[in-house]
Design a protein around this ligand. Structure first.
Ligand code: PMP
Ligand code: GLN
Length: 404
């Protein structure tokens, strides 16, 4: 027997003695387990090479691990300040000054978060009110849409133009209304590996100047831009930064995705609102990792400066190894993901193919149609492979793929 109250279904078990509690009416009834969790679990079950979920199969720099261990074993284990420890915020401020010529105040404009995921949540929650529209580009990273809807916002999905996955600015212009409150930008782009050009920034500027539209720059792959392209960080442009939350992740940059530490840089008044929410989502982020990262950032800026070369070499190795295969390979321009077009091998839908190849061939990847609001807009027959792997893993992966 069940009866409905506001947002709760109360179930009473008239048949037997076992107690039954209320069942929540979901705010996200259409959402299942993420594709990353699903594919990694499937890879594990079948002992498959896991090139699906984006994480390296090698460890972070030994000196970074040593620094974190030092703080862990020397009494740095109580709550740090809500916005993050001062040395880490100062090191981030120095980095963005050096790379993007942004002078930001680490006291007022930088907040350390539990990964980019938390930063995205807090940034979206900071500005999106009920009924506000948010523009996202498909294929879109999976957390944007549900978080927008949790705030009562309306995601407006605009497909990127294939095959280069660039923004169709005319469509963006047509999509902007009085209710548009936010545009979420992700460059370098997961899952396609495309990166924005200066011309995109100019187009964006023309659309948002004199509006009250905010921007989120999801820049977690900021240090992985290849072939001499430059990263168009929103930190570089004073007028755009004035309306932006710029988000990055130490997990990506230091090969430590499991640490879940990231940050958000935003002008003072935006950061104020961001921190109002952050303090009640996680309050703060673990102390020893923050101090360890601060030391490493200061001592080894060459780590992030050389990251593009490091990953470009891996991308090139993977693409070269696949040259004799039937895949159509257009090298990615950024991130540590490579799309492989399988249209000459099969016309099977990407979702079932990714699953089948994990089970039958022992290699796991990510279908990209799942990142579209309307999967029909995904006309590309491609799977995403993560090349943040040891060269030997990439060789074993290529051997399997070249047999197809
Ligand atoms: N944004 C994008 C585009 C990502 O690929 C990821 C996954 N790393 C995140 C955000 C989340 O990053 P984090 O693991 O630091 O929460
Ligand atoms: N960002 C990672 C990817 O794209 C996954 C992160 C996660 O599992 N939530 O593969």
């Amino acid at each position: 027997m069940s009866s409905s109250y506001a947002n709760t279904t109360v179930v009473t078990n008239s048949a037997g003695p076992s107690p039954v509690g209320p069942i929540p009416v979901s705010k996200l009834p259409d959402v299942g387990t993420t594709i990353f969790t699903t594919m990694s679990a499937l890879a594990q079950t079948h002992g498959a090479l896991n090139l699906s979920q984006g994480f390296p199969d090698f460890d972070g720099p030994p000196e970074l691990l040593e620094r974190v261990n030092y703080y862990l074993t020397h009494g740095f284990n109580q709550y740090p300040p809500m916005m993050g420890v001062a040395p880490l915020r100062q090191a981030i401020a120095q980095k963005v000054a050096d790379l993007y010529a942004l002078k930001c105040d680490p006291e007022k404009e930088i907040t350390v978060t539990a990964g980019a995921t938390e930063a995205l949540f807090c940034a979206i929650a900071s500005v999106v009110h009920s009924g506000d529209e948010v523009i996202v580009f498909d294929p879109a990273y999976d957390s944007y849409d549900p978080v927008i809807r949790l705030q009562g916002g309306v995601p407006v999905h605009i497909p990127l133009t294939e095959p280069s996955f660039c923004v169709d600015w005319q469509r963006v212009k047509e999509a902007i209304t009085q209710r548009t409150r936010l545009i979420i930008i992700n460059t370098p782009h997961n899952p396609t590996g495309s990166v924005w050009a200066e011309a995109d920034i100019q187009q964006l500027r023309e659309l948002v100047t004199d509006t009250n539209i905010y921007l989120i720059g999801d820049e977690v792959y900021e240090h992985m831009v290849f072939d001499q392209h430059a990263h168009t960080s929103l930190c570089r442009y004073d007028d755009l930064y004035a309306r932006s939350f710029v988000i990055s992740s130490f997990g990506k940059t230091y090969h430590v995705t499991g640490w879940k530490v990231g940050y958000c840089i935003a002008p003072e008044l935006l950061s104020l609102e961001f921190r109002r929410i952050h303090q009640y989502v996680t309050f703060t982020v673990n102390t020893p990792v923050q101090y360890g990262l601060a030391d490493f950032l200061q001592a080894h800026p060459e780590h992030h400066l050389q990251l593009a070369d490091f990953y470009q070499a891996k991308r090139d190795l993977f693409c070269d190894l696949l040259a004799p295969s039937k895949f159509k390979v257009k090298s990615s321009t950024g991130t540590y993901f490579q799309l492989l077009d399988y249209s000459e091998i099969t016309d099977e839908p990407d979702h079932s193919l990714a699953k089948r190849w994990t089970e039958e061939l022992g290699i796991a990847s990510i279908p990209i149609s799942v990142f579209y609001q309307n999967p029909q807009n995904c006309t590309h027959k491609a799977l995403r492979f993560c090349f943040a792997k040891d060269d030997e893993t990439l060789q074993r992966a290529a051997e399997i793929l070249c047999k197809l």
